[in-house]
Design a protein around this ligand. Sequence first.
Ligand SMILES: [Zn+2]
Length: 421
Amino acid sequence: MQASDSTSTGRLRINGQRLWQSLMDLARIGATDKGGVRRLALTDLDRQGRDLVVGWLRDAGASLEIDGAGNIFATRPGHSGNPPVVLTGSHVDTQPSGGKFDGNYGVLAGLELLRTLNDAGIATEKPVGVAVWTNEEGTRFIPTMGGSGAFAGVFTLEYLLQQRDVDGISFGEALNSIGYAGSARVGGRAVDAYFEAHIEQGPILEREEKTIGVVTGGLGQRWYDCVWAGQDAHAGPTPMEARHDALRGAAQMIEAMNAIALRHRPDGRATVGFMQVKPNSRNVIPGQVTMSIDIRHPDDAKLATMDRELRDAAAAIARDLRLQCQVRQVVEFPASHFDADCVRSVRTAAETLGYPHREIVSGAAHDAVYLSRVAPTAMIFVPCKDGISHNEIEDARPEHLEAGGNVLLHAVLARAGLSSS
Ligand SMILES: [Zn+2]
């Protein structure tokens, strides 16, 4: 029997209105004219946002710790007194023209969970915590998901602190200047489970009129730099059949990538989002083109097949057009598979609460992807308007955010257990 099904907590619900109010209050810090938020990691606005959230968490009676990467941990003690903690959370940094909900929702749903437990006078067996991860967006500092990555040991704290923004300011300097370089050790914290609530950032839930996405994992990703080499030549005197046009190679490659992703539908993705044409002059046949390729799939074997198809396509196009083509892989993220028990807790909570739901794979990376490497993890998605995110017009419905908060509450309670005394 799960704790959330017991008569004492089965009817427990979060306060959706209070959650919405917290979201709107936090969104005022860094608010943009078009209704979005610009609160880049480790800026003074980030400090103001963190200060507000930390104050709220403290008011909810949680004890606060900050680690060397600026990750914030708020803990509500359990009856057992000691860790491992059942953790939830997300991030409060935003994109330069970001929205009110990406990340902020996961943190404030965690806050609302603590407030709800307090109001109902519920004591849990295990401690329940809320984490605020530093620099998830990776806008000001690379790498993305910096705080959770350091926590999970994907890279070292030293590496993270040395990263510099475009003005040459290091992550470490910026962290010090906003007063969030904490003394707690990065990582090594005993986490019983991690649940992250997040807007979907895609169109599937809205399209299918589902309130809850039971996230089973994240897409594997590979990123490439692809360079086409031909020969610069004059646009007038050079006959069509004598050309070595590097841009034609790139153009055919874009179409080839689209076809590859469609062959692996519905989960395959392929994107060319960056291109540099040389010499980029209107009366010169392009001699060199550099392009990015981003492929994704939830199945690593299928991703490897897409990799092979990509390389074959590049070779065939190069042969056809008498070009040289170099394909270099620069990033690889294996597909992540969330913990079966945690995913089941999310599904059970959605079912028990009567919310329409479906399983879904996250197309974007999240802090939860790194957490899943060190702790049993799952995520809860709620719909966002037209699937739009990383945009000032990002929007979500209060009743969907409330539903996600209720699923989070019951998934966490099922895991943390009620104190019997
Ligand atoms: Zn996010």
